[in-house]
Design a protein around this ligand. Structure first.
Ligand SMILES: Nc1ncnc2c1ncn2[C@@H]1O[C@H](COP(=O)(O)OP(=O)(O)OP(=O)(O)O)[C@@H](O)[C@H]1O
Length: 450
C-alpha cells in the first residue's frame, strides 16, 4: 500500500505546480488502511484542515483511479500525543479494528468494520442535554441484548449520536475482543445491498449481518422512501432480534417522524428504548471544548471557552471546528490563544453582540428575505407562511441584539414575553435539526452583519 501511495503522490504531482505539491502533498505519509478508511499522516493540525478542505477530492480520485476502491480519508497527525499502538496495522484485506484483529479469520472475512477509536465514553462529555442517551448507551455496552433492545438514539445534527453509537461498539470490544460488531450507516447498508443484488450475492450479504453480535446502524432516517432497503433491513432486524443480539440505531428524527417508514419497522424501532439528545447548554458546550482542547494539546483559556460556548453554535461539530481553527492559528503564528485573538480569528463565524444591529433592521431583512411586509411579522396572524419567518426574526433579534424578551415582544406588535421565549426555543430546536432553516438563518445573519 505504501507503494500505491507513492504512485498516487506521483500522479498528483503531474497535475499541480511543484510549489503546491511540495508544500501540501509531498509531506503526507501513508499510515494504514482500516476497512474503508485510508489513514494518512500530516505534519500538523493546520495542514490537516487545509489538506482536508482543498485536496481531499484530488487524493480520493487519484486513489480510486489506482485501486478501484473508494476510500474515506482520515488524517492523523504525524506527531501524535497518543502512544502508537504496538499492534501491527491491519492489512487492507482484514480491514478491521486492531482489537478485532485477534479474533478468528472467519470474523475477519465477514466484518470489515472500522470503529473510530476516538469515539469512546471517556471522551464524551455528559450534561443534562445528553445524559439519558449517555446512560442508556453505557447500559447497553455493559449488558448487550438484555434490557434495551433495540436502543434508538435520536437528536439533531452533530450532537454526538455517532459518537455514542461507536462508543458502545468500542466498549463491547474492549471487554470482548472477539465480539462481532457490525457498524454501518444506513446509506452504506443500502449501497452494499444494491451491489449484492447486482452481483447476485444476496445470500452473502444477508449472512454477514445475521452473524453479527451487535448491529450498529447510523442515520437510519436515510432509509425513508427506500422500500427495498427497508424490506431487507426488516429481515435483518428480525433475525438478530430473535437471536437476542443487540441492535442500536441512530436517527435525526423520532421513529414516528421518519417519513415513509414502514409501520412494521417503525413499531420495531419503538420496541426497546428511545433516548434523545438535545442541543447542549452553555456549560456542557464549555466542558466539551475543554475536554477536546486538552486531548488535542490546545491551551484554551476559560474566557475563550466561554466565548465560544456562548455563541449560537448548538452543534458540537461546529464548536469543534472553531477550536480547530483557533488551534491551527495559534500554532501557525506561534501565539497563545486569547479572547482578543479568538474574536478576530472567528469574527466571520461568531456574532459579536456588541455590533449595533437594530430590531427594525432585522425585521426588514427577514421580511425582504421571505418577501413579506414588516407588518406581517408584527401581526398576530397564525398562517404557517408567516409564523416561521416571524419566529426566525424574533430568534435573530435575540441573537444579534441585547434587547430583552419583553423589549423584543414590544417591537413585534406588543407580544407577550412568553411568546418571544417560545419562538426562540422553537427556532433553536429547528436550528439543530433542520439544515434548510439553519442555512436560511445563517444567510440572513450574514447579510445583516456584512
Ligand atoms: N457530548 C459530547 N462530548 C464530546 N464530544 C462530543 C459530544 N457531542 C458531540 N461530540 C463531538 O461532536 C462531533 C459530532 O458528533 P457526531 O458525529 O457523533 O454527531 P451526530 O449526532 O452523529 O451528527 P450527524 O447527525 O451529522 O450524524 C464529534 O466529533 C463528536 O465527538
Amino acid at each position: 500500500m505504501e507503494k500505491i501511495w507513492q504512485e498516487v503522490q506521483f500522479n498528483i504531482s503531474k497535475v499541480m505546480t511543484p510549489q503546491t505539491f511540495n508544500a501540501w502533498i509531498k509531506p503526507i505519509r501513508f499510515q494504514s488502511v482500516q476497512g474503508d478508511y485510508l489513514i494518512l499522516e500530516v505534519p500538523d493540525s493546520f495542514s490537516r484542515e487545509f489538506i482536508k478542505e482543498k485536496y481531499s477530492g484530488i487524493i480520493s480520485e487519484a486513489m480510486t483511479a489506482l485501486t478501484s476502491t473508494s476510500y474515506s480519508l482520515e488524517f492523523a497527525l504525524q506527531e501524535k500525543r497518543d502512544p502508537i499502538p504496538e499492534t501491527p496495522v491491519p492489512a487492507p484485506e482484514a480491514g478491521i479494528d486492531s482489537n478485532v484483529n485477534k479474533a478468528k479469520s472467519e470474523k475477519e472475512a465477514d466484518f470489515q468494520t472500522f470503529l473510530n477509536p476516538k469515539y469512546t465514553f471517556e471522551k464524551f462529555v455528559c450534561g443534562s442535554s445528553n445524559q439519558f442517551a449517555y446512560a442508556a448507551s453505557q447500559a447497553v455496552a455493559n449488558n448487550p441484548a438484555t434490557n434495551y433492545n433495540p436502543l434508538f438514539i435520536y437528536g439533531g445534527v452533530g450532537l454526538g449520536k455517532t459518537h455514542l453509537l461507536i462508543a458502545i461498539g468500542n466498549q463491547i470490544l474492549a471487554s470482548n475482543s472477539s465480539a462481532r460488531i457490525c457498524y454501518y450507516t444506513s446509506e452504506k447498508f443500502m449501497n452494499e445491498m444494491i451491489n449484492s443484488l447486482r452481483h447476485k450475492k444476496m445470500d452473502e450479504f444477508r449472512n454477514k449481518f445475521r452473524k453479527a453480535d451487535v448491529l450498529l446502524i447510523d442515520d437510519i432516517q436515510f432509509m425513508a422512501n427506500k422500500p427495498a432497503t427497508q424490506e431487507e433491513f426488516f429481515h435483518t432486524f428480525n433475525s438478530l432480534y430473535e437471536s437476542h443480539k443487540q441492535i442500536v440505531l441512530t436517527s435525526d428524527k423520532f421513529p414516528k417522524e421518519i417519513p415513509d417508514l414502514e409501520e412494521r419497522l417503525r413499531s420495531r424501532f419503538e420496541w426497546g428504548l428511545i433516548a434523545d439528545i438535545q442541543p447542549p447548554d452553555t456549560e456542557t458546550k464549555s466542558a466539551i471544548l475543554k475536554k477536546k482542547a486538552e486531548f488535542d494539546g490546545i491551551m484554551l483559556p476559560d474566557d475563550v471557552a466561554l466565548f465560544l460556548s456562548s455563541s449560537s453554535a448548538s452543534n458540537v461539530r461546529e464548536l469543534e471546528g472553531m477550536l480547530v481553527r483557533l488551534g491551527a492559528y495559534s500554532s501557525l503564528t506561534n501565539s497563545k490563544i486569547t479572547l482578543t485573538m479568538a474574536r478576530e480569528v472567528l469574527k466571520d463565524i461568531i456574532v459579536d453582540k456588541s455590533k449595533d444591529i437594530s430590531i427594525e433592521s432585522i425585521q426588514k431583512t427577514v421580511a425582504d428575505h421571505f418577501q413579506l411586509k414588516v407588518s406581517d411579522l408584527k401581526s398576530d396572524k397564525r398562517i404557517k407562511t408567516l409564523v416561521v419567518p416571524r419566529q426566525i426574526a424574533i430568534y435573530i433579534c435575540r441573537e444579534l441584539t441585547k434587547a430583552s424578551y419583553p423589549e423584543i415582544g414590544e417591537k413585534f406588535g406588543g407580544k407577550d414575553h412568553s411568546t418571544v421565549i417560545h419562538s426562540v426555543k422553537k427556532i433553536e430546536k429547528l436550528f439543530a435539526q433542520d439544515n434548510e432553516i439553519r442555512n436560511t438563518i445563517d444567510f440572513i445573519k450574514r447579510s445583516l452583519l456584512s
